[in-house]
Ligand binder design. Structure first.
Ligand SMILES: NC(=O)c1ccc[n+]([C@@H]2O[C@H](COP(=O)([O-])OP(=O)(O)OC[C@H]3O[C@@H](n4cnc5c(N)ncnc54)[C@H](OP(=O)(O)O)[C@@H]3O)[C@@H](O)[C@H]2O)c1
Length: 201
């Protein structure tokens, strides 16, 4: 298992969450997504694989269950290094690059040599426990939430978070379509919350 010490040679990286959340804050059921929204899924893929320069990579951070439940047909993802969080795995699962014992180990892996020069963004892919840890991380700056405007039976939920600290951004945020979308008879809307750094010294 990879274990990283917090060292001096640390390059801070933007840490971003992305999730789709239905009316009761549900995000999953029986290890799967509760809905079938291919265009919303494509929006997710577009964000997590976007880099500003060819050759750069993003670090994707996954909970173990999320990793194993994710359709393997979407792998490998472009521009992606995958870190799976687990306290019980000793080696990375197939197609993953790293296994980390906690979120901070994954963050430090991305922020220190040899990966720091390569990694642009740390994307938090879920599930619930990983989102919860990420929302408390001081580097967490953007939360991309798709509001799925319907009720679904779920057994995993997106954590409550501080909307004073993470302020909702106006429509027109880069690469985020405005207005209500609809697919398969389900309405949804893209939202972005950004950490308010106005009080930071
Ligand atoms: N709607 C969405 O946008 C969205 C996004 C992602 C996932 N999902 C859904 O969410 C569900 C999966 O999420 P889940 O919450 O059940 O499971 P999960 O977070 O993917 O996996 C839980 C496991 O991951 C490891 N883990 C998680 N956080 C950790 C941490 N901070 N440090 C160390 N290890 C950590 C632990 O493994 P060990 O037991 O080995 O320690 C834990 O048992 C699925 O239904 C999936 O479809 C939905």
């Amino acid at each position: 298992m990879l274990e990283m010490e917090i060292g001096d040679n640390v390059q801070k990286k933007p840490l971003c969450l992305i999730a789709a959340v239905c009316n009761n804050r549900g995000i999953g059921k029986d290890g799967k997504m509760p809905w079938d929204l291919p265009s919303e899924f494509q929006y997710f893929l577009n964000h997590i694989t976007r880099v500003s320069r060819p050759g750069n990579m993003n670090m994707m951070v996954w909970g173990k269950r999320c990793w194993f439940c994710h359709p393997q047909s979407t792998l490998p993802l472009a521009n992606a290094l995958h870190a799976v969080l687990s306290t019980t795995l000793d080696t990375p699962p197939d197609h993953a690059h790293f296994v980390c014992k906690d979120l901070e180990s994954a963050v430090q892996l991305a922020a220190q040599p040899p990966l720091a020069g390569l990694i642009e963004t740390i994307w938090i892919i879920g599930g619930a426990q990983v989102y919860e840890a990420a929302l408390k991380h001081p580097w967490c700056e953007l939360v991309y939430l798709t509001e799925v405007m319907a009720d679904f039976d779920c057994d995993v939920f997106f954590p409550e978070f501080d909307k004073e600290l993470f302020k909702e951004q106006e429509e027109g945020f880069p690469n985020v379509p405005s207005g209500i979308q609809e697919e398969n008879g389900i309405k949804y809307k893209f939202h972005v919350y950004k950490r308010d750094t106005s009080d930071a010294v």
